[in-house]
Design a protein around this ligand. Sequence first.
Ligand code: HEC
Length: 246
Amino acid sequence: MLKSWVLITLALCSGGYAAAEEGEIPLLQSGADIHNTDSLQRGARNFMNYCSGCHSLKYVRYNRLAADLNIPEAELAPNLMFTSDKVVDTINSAMPKDSESWFGKQPPDLSLMARARGVDYLYSFLKGFYVDKTRPWGVNNLYLPSAAMPHVLQSLQGRQKPVFKNEPDDRGSARMVLVGVEAMTPGAMKPEEYDQFVRDIANFLDYAGEPIKAKRESMGVFITLFLLVFFVFAYLLKKEYWKDIH
Ligand code: HEC
């Protein structure tokens, strides 16, 4: 009995969910940590500079962001607010409504993207662009075939080329299968720097998907401990009450 309650409580509080797997190519592990405020602050800065031109975060307000990430409100406007001037506003993109005709697809709102796809997907996606001359922007993505998004971080990451493997199909005839990417030309960042850069963005988008997540997780641990201690006392009390009857 005790054991099953503890297990149920732990299961309820752990709160994690498995990242969705896209296609056949396994996702990379992001290593993002939502409790790392420095990483979230850097991620917010990177997002505002490189993504908010096209993507909104329509469920996140600037002042909430400032409070959660320990950013003084005075620093918000000059450093992070490029698409709005009121701290109570939600984060809009700079895109006009007809941007669909520019890309073939409307850049989606990214508020809930981390919840829909998982933080590892976001990290992998941002590391998955490769040169593909057949695409309108000259790039494709390992994790989102025929992606309509240009590789906006190419100057930082450098260019990657696709890696194909020869694999027989069901009927035994050979075909080329895309299995990965590899560096082709270097960018302004070293590979580890770029990894950290996109890990911070993925982490920030994970925060944006559920601003209370870090608090909920630490609260979960606290409540589990509380219940465990409480259980000991409840059990001792029960023994005390029943000792004369048994
Ligand atoms: C120039 C405009 C533009 C910029 C800047 C841009 N994106 Fe995109 N993004 C797009 C478009 C267009 C799509 C739709 C792609 C599709 O569905 O094929 C998209 C789609 C996405 C998706 C959804 C992928 C999926 O699986 O559906 C993610 C995640 C994303 N972008 C993240 C980012 C991040 C993070 C940044 C900043 C580093 C960024 N984008 C910057 C245009 C942009």
